[in-house]
Design a binder for this molecule. Sequence first.
Ligand SMILES: [Zn+2]
Length: 292
Amino acid sequence: MAIVSAKEMLFKASKQKYAVGAFNITSLVQMEAIIEAAVEKNTPVIIQTSVTPTKFLKAEVVVAIFKALAQSVNIPVCLHLDHCTDVEFCKKCADLGYTNIMFDGSHLNFEENVKRTREVSDYCHQIGDISVEGELGTVSGVEDQIKVAEDDAQLCDPDKSLEFVERSGIDLFGPAIGTAHGIYQTENPVIDFERLGKIFQKLNQPLIQTPLVVHGGTGLSEPVVRNLIEKGGAKYNVSTNLKYILMDSTFEYISAHPKEYDPGKMDKHVKMATKQRIEYWIDLLGSTGMAM
Ligand SMILES: [Zn+2]
């Protein structure tokens, strides 16, 4: 029960208008904090790793620890590979036990994006209950190694979204709608809610149901977050915020205890800070109590 594909948990979120938090980690202390917070909030949750941390920690290690932690809890948990541009690495992570794979072909032309995403979808669906996320249009900012200038960011064309989803065979769709990775350079980022709403309509009809993903979730105001969910966002990605919490809480601890050489105590402090932040997000996304 505990380990599921993202598709399964997101159908319900999409229908009931809440979002499942999808939290990027770079350290295993964060993974523990996220699962503990989700258990306390009784919510489904998605743990994500982008490609660099996946390679640094080793995908095998991430999967082993994920399984050890997730199997002992009673909430739905998913392990997602984020923004991978390499088809072979997507397949490798699917083989190892990731339950959701994102192939990011947003830098490719439409046809090439469809073709390579399809290869990942077919592979994942063939080997098991592994869902696949695709992206159309480009989300600005920096995510892992992928840098996109804000001017170059092209928003997702709603008319192309249905064709993309059908032909690529994906289960979840991440449309570019004006949110950005990293820290927003402006206080009021221009987010195209209407576009998100249109895409949701096109992709959620009687014959097709595709939950939508919001990228670049850090730094948006609470009303903006609620509006994104209202318009159809069912998976809400948070990465940068957790990096800040990790670094800031580490610095805080070392500054307050300069003579203490007990890393376990520091990890505990970082874990608590991360957990508190995850609980904040879970409440804001409306997924508290939605585990069953
Ligand atoms: Zn993203």
